[in-house]
Design a protein around this ligand. Structure first.
Ligand code: CA
Ligand code: CA
Length: 277
């Protein structure tokens, strides 16, 4: 089985103005892995009314258990580092993964982090890393890490106490996931419980589907020069069965097994419209 690991910083390099919210969201239940209830986890703040149920935060839908445990909390996992969990996803054509993740206390020390590994049905894995003070921070505004420094993390909830908050992170998956099945997410927390504590928690998980729009070859909802580059590479290869054909021959608009001038005519029409819809 072919297996590769990509380490990618969650700080992306995608073009400004790219749509944040993509259609086709699927909220993933944490019921099988939840080991804590966020509302009750910190005794001083028992009863804080973090929102639950089927809700939308940051333009993304989530499913948060209203009763019982609703959070995976690394501190509740016994044993040495990493404190890990694997969450089954089993969704096809996934373009992006969204997490509601924070830390218990936490530090901006870059040696403490959380790895998130996504694996597809072909055994391909992609790992990204959340750092305290960059993609994740303390669950409330106090004496531990309060800053963020990633455009892919945004605060999506602030309680009326003006301290308790939820941050959303976005992971854009590479093309190996777009036309396969995203099987699972594994979280490896290598924080600490000691003098500079940091343990992560996951409160929500949602995936979004690739925008299935012919000629949008990089799945961002627009048809522009980035897609033209993919089209040009595909045209150059010609034969869909060639292993070096990009993005599983999605440029073959009429599905006849080759990327040629007929497909280019379709691409040009779509390129002219720019947006998928
Ligand atoms: Ca595109
Ligand atoms: Ca064709």
């Amino acid at each position: 089985m072919k297996k590769a690991i990509w380490i990618g910083a969650a700080l992306g390099t995608m073009a400004a103005g790219e749509a944040w919210a993509l259609p086709g969201y699927v909220p993933i239940s944490l019921a099988s892995v939840a080991n804590a209830r966020l509302q009750d986890t910190w005794p001083t703040f028992t009863g804080i009314a973090y929102p639950t149920g089927d809700l939308t935060l940051g333009g993304v839908p989530w499913t948060i258990a209203t009763e019982g445990n609703n959070t995976w909390f690394a501190k509740r996992v016994a044993g040495v580092n990493p404190r890990s969990v694997t969450i089954a996803i089993n969704q096809t054509n996934i373009r992006s993964v969204y997490t509601l993740m924070g830390t218990w206390q936490g530090t901006t020390n870059q040696s403490r982090y959380v790895d998130l590994t996504l694996t597809n049905s072909e055994g391909f894995s992609y790992t990204t890393r959340y750092f305290g003070g960059v993609q994740i921070r303390d669950w409330f505004n106090g004496s531990y890490t309060n800053s963020l420094n990633s455009w892919k993390t945004t605060r999506v909830y602030l309680h009326s106490d003006n301290k308790s908050r939820l941050d959303m992170q976005r992971i854009d998956l590479p093309p190996q996931f777009w036309w396969s099945t995203l099987v699972s997410l594994r979280i490896d927390d290598v924080g600490s419980d000691s003098s500079s504590p940091q343990r992560s928690f996951l409160y929500g998980l949602t995936v979004s589907k690739l925008v299935r729009c012919a000629s949008d070859l990089n799945g961002d909802g627009q048809i522009d020069d980035s897609d033209f580059l993919v089209f040009a590479q595909s045209y150059d290869v010609l034969d869909c069965t060639e292993t070096r054909m990009p993005v599983r021959c999605q440029a073959d608009a009429n599905r006849d097994g080759i990327v040629d001038d007929l497909d280019f005519a379709t691409f040009l029409t779509a390129y002219d419209k720019v947006l998928c819809q």
